[in-house]
Design a protein around this ligand. Structure first.
Ligand code: ZN
Length: 299
């Protein structure tokens, strides 16, 4: 394994981690023509988001007709293109598999690529008109595989019960510090996108956990601003919101990142770099884990 030992002292005080969720499982070009869906477009968006201030890029991949897929070859292609472009942005691969549309084994496939971070959806919920199942046995298996491959779980919590699930997995030793939580607020079936919900979720966290928030749709910016004021971190991007403002589609993921970066500057929150995030979370070193997946782990 090639993880670095975490070293929070290398992370500047008050620094803000911006994650860009570029594609997601559902937005289509018919809804917003700027949603990147091919590996080339997704990589290009990742690089542009890095240049605009994002330290982490959360990616999903699509097939040739824009349908969500868990195909590891496509994930690998995106990473390869991002690295070839010279970007050192941290890549976070989704294991969500389209929230209720992919099998458990399929969803875990990207973990074998040893991404620095992968999403860990920490419980089941209604998800719009679907049911997103993350059973206890699936979560335990996913946690084990992430450990084997040196992947930091992004513990995604859609409601308080998911934080409680995480605390149980922490007690069982399946999730280890430093913890990186992502609160997803505003999915129909999860917690409503309200600041008081966010406060409650943050209060439930284990000491020293790091956290970020993404609000769905029009909640994206206000919840991001609340998180910035509270000392948390922010996710933006077309996965969660295809609009720039009411009636105006976002022109790109980078446009949304740049807006968060401008607000952060006004609030006195310097932007964290990918290297600083690697130090804080103890991620696989740049160039090390990325190009050398753990050979010993079962797939
Ligand atoms: Zn996602």
């Amino acid at each position: 394994m090639t993880e670095q030992a975490p070293d929070a002292s290398l992370f500047p005080r008050d620094a803000l981690i911006i994650s860009a969720a570029t594609t997601g499982s559902w937005p289509t070009k018919a809804q917003n023509p700027n949603v990147p869906t091919t590996p080339e477009e997704i990589a290009q968006a990742a690089v542009a988001c890095g240049e605009a201030g994002a330290a982490i890029v959360h990616i999903h991949v699509r097939d040739d007709v824009e349908k969500v897929t868990c195909d590891p070859a496509r994930y690998a292609r995106v990473r390869e293109l991002v690295e070839a472009a010279g970007s050192d942005v941290v890549i976070n691969m989704s294991t969500g598999g389209g929230a209720g549309t992919s099998g458990d084994e399929e969803r875990m496939a990207p973990v074998a690529l040893s991404p620095e971070i992968a999403s860990f959806d920490c419980g089941s919920l209604n998800f719009g008109e679907r049911v997103f199942v993350n059973s206890p046995s699936f979560l335990r298996e996913l946690a084990v595989r992430m450990k084997q491959h040196g992947v930091k779980p992004e513990i995604e919590c859609f409601e308080p019960g998911h934080v409680w699930n995480a605390l149980r997995l922490i007690d069982e030793g399946l999730l280890e510090p430093p913890f990186w939580f992502q609160f997803v607020l505003g999915v129909r079936g999860g917690s409503p996108p309200e600041v008081k919900q966010l406060l409650h979720l943050v209060e439930m966290l284990p000491a020293g956990a790091h956290w970020s928030v993404c609000g769905i749709g029009r909640a994206q910016l206000p919840l991001g601003m609340a998180a910035m004021a509270m000392g948390g971190h922010v996710r933006t991007g077309l996965e969660d919101n295809i609009w720039y403002r009411k009636g105006e589609l976002a022109q790109s993921n980078a446009q949304l990142v740049a807006r968060v970066a401008r607000i952060a500057a006004e609030l006195g929150r310097p932007l964290a770099t990918p290297e600083q995030v690697r130090a804080l979370l103890g991620l696989r070193g740049a160039g090390a884990g990325r190009s050398a997946p753990a050979a010993t782990a079962p797939v």
